[in-house]
Design a protein around this ligand. Sequence first.
Ligand code: SF4
Length: 371
Amino acid sequence: QCAAVCPTGAITIKQDIDRVWDAIFDPTKHVVVQIAPAVRVAIGEEFGLKAGDNVIGKLVTALKRIGFDEVFDTTLGADLTVMEEANEFLERFEKSENLPLFTSCCPAWVRYVEMNKPELLPHISSCKSPMEMFAAVLKEHYKSIQDTLKKEAIVVAIMPCTAKKYEAAREEFLRDNVPDVDYVITTQELSTMIKQSGLIFRELENNATDMPFGMGSGAGVIFGATGGVAEAVIRRCYSKKTSATLKDLEFCGVRGMSALKEATVLINNHEIKIAVVHGLHNAQLLLEEIESGNVQYDLVEVMACPGGCIGGAGQPFGLANKKVKRADGLYSADRLSQVKSSEENPMVLSLYDGLLKDKAHSLLHVNYTDR
Ligand code: SF4
């Protein structure tokens, strides 16, 4: 109730940080945390490091010192999104049904469609966002080991925006009346927690995320930059439908900070037309063009924030040049990653063979309805 009347949202933020601290200090709770791709290339700026520096190793150490029991990477959730969204896209493309397919990772964009363009809801991907896919998997995993764990599993997500708090609280993501993501903390809130802990962030050593959920691919990590979701999904479609690997997609036009990016990819002699927009105003302009029939696409990625999640409102304040550097940081992580594509991630394969067997649809998909 307080949050509803607080014009700055400061009360909500304070409450979320306090709730996370309470959970960490509660011996009856097993508190795990997932880190979104965009966070790792921005949070260092709060501690005197450069925009784009990938500080995932220091972040893991900080979160462990703060008291989280296990630290995971949302990139694995992004890999699951790639797998599911590529299947969904190819199915629709082959049937010419509900095209273009609009991506669904950004809750502010989904909300925009619900409020302003409900007739487009059948075009929105049914895939949950990486945060929600991963949280559903985590909750299912801890349920299966409840007898040995003997603690309540609490899932915290470190995200680049407050829209993710709204997403976590949506009724579609409650199971047995419990949200899959218990608390969302923004990048800036986490930097407050790190400062409250008295840690000297820039001097922390690097550590790896925890297994078995700590492994993500390069395709998953680029989700944080505008164009990243479309690129990752097309990489997957390409490898699924051809024996070749799509080496030159990064040069085909979905990267960069232009308001609208367009690309055409040839898969088995079929042209797939892709559009990528960031910023809701740009999305609105694109929708007008699509509706008037001036343009036609098969796959459209929309992110509400300029630059995508790297430019989220919960990130440290950054002008355009910082966003370019953050995006470069993610593309460089992709280049350096040993596993490039989501389907090559061994954890993804073992999830589909195990925990997700017969449950992939119920755990990884959602139905948004006209509000
Ligand atoms: Fe949040 Fe912005 Fe990313 Fe959408 S684009 S999920 S609002 S940070």
